[in-house]
Design a protein around this ligand. Structure first.
Ligand SMILES: *Cc1c(COP(=O)(O)O)cnc(C)c1O
Length: 220
């Protein structure tokens, strides 16, 4: 689907939800996609992209930004503390702050650099053991802990369990955000971004609907 078509669906979802047109940020999730597909979206004028691996982003984006100018890059995958420095160089927004150890390292690094990416805390609303994210019961404390470290947390992020109705998870994320005074919600992907907008998403992360299916075989 073209960028224009995705944007039209997003505008429609905003309208249906009584949200201001253009108030939801579309993150084009370009992980694993061939560079030619990224170029199509860049040529169409989009400048907000998401990647889930630091290494992959480091290989692709510096050269593309030399060519196209500044792109706002969102890290939407797990962040290892040993990749933190590199991630801070590359990304404008982190969506996956998910544990105290990472928060402490980030707070130290941010102190040293004097600036910080925009931060979303990932919440594991499905309480899936294999999935990253702070558990819902621990979210309030973790948010408070991050604030006490002067980390500028602006919102929450969720990846709902694959086989469950995502709306329940979007609603839970919104509830946790509201009671903690957080305004931004990173939720909704290709299959459910309209539902996420209806439940208050401020950032949707759309990959395959925009770029086509990811070919993991080829990308390695
Ligand atoms: C890959 C990915 C997406 C995009 O998924 P699609 O279903 O292709 O839109 C969104 N969010 C995260 C965290 C991802 O890893």
């Amino acid at each position: 689907m073209s960028l224009t078509e995705i944007q039209a669906r997003l505008r429609k979802a905003e309208q249906d939800a009584g949200r201001e047109p253009g108030s939801v940020t579309l993150i084009a999730v370009s992980k694993v996609q061939p560079i030619a597909r990224l170029r199509d979206v860049l040529d169409a004028g989009h400048r907000i992209f998401g990647e889930n691996r630091v290494q992959e982003a480091a290989h692709k984006w510096p050269a593309l930004q030399d060519e196209y100018g500044k792109v706002q890059l969102h890290l939407i995958g797990p962040l290892q503390t040993n990749k933190l420095k590199q991630a801070l160089e590359l990304f404008d927004v982190f969506h996956t702050l998910d544990r105290p150890k990472l928060a402490r390292k980030l707070a130290d690094a941010v102190q040293a650099r004097g600036r910080c990416p925009e931060l979303f805390i990932q919440v594991n609303t499905g309480e899936e053991p294999q999935k990253a994210g702070i558990l819902p019961a621990q979210a309030d404390d973790f948010i408070a802990e991050c604030r006490a470290m002067d980390l500028p947390v602006s919102g929450l992020m969720v990846i709902p369990p694959v086989n469950e109705e995502p709306s329940l998870h979007f609603a839970l994320l919104r509830k946790i955000a509201r009671r903690n005074g957080l305004e931004r919600l990173s939720m909704g992907m290709s299959s459910d971004f309209e539902r996420a907008v209806a439940l208050g998403a401020t950032h949707v992360r759309v990959g395959s609907a925009l770029f086509g299916a990811r070919d993991y075989g080829k990308a390695g």
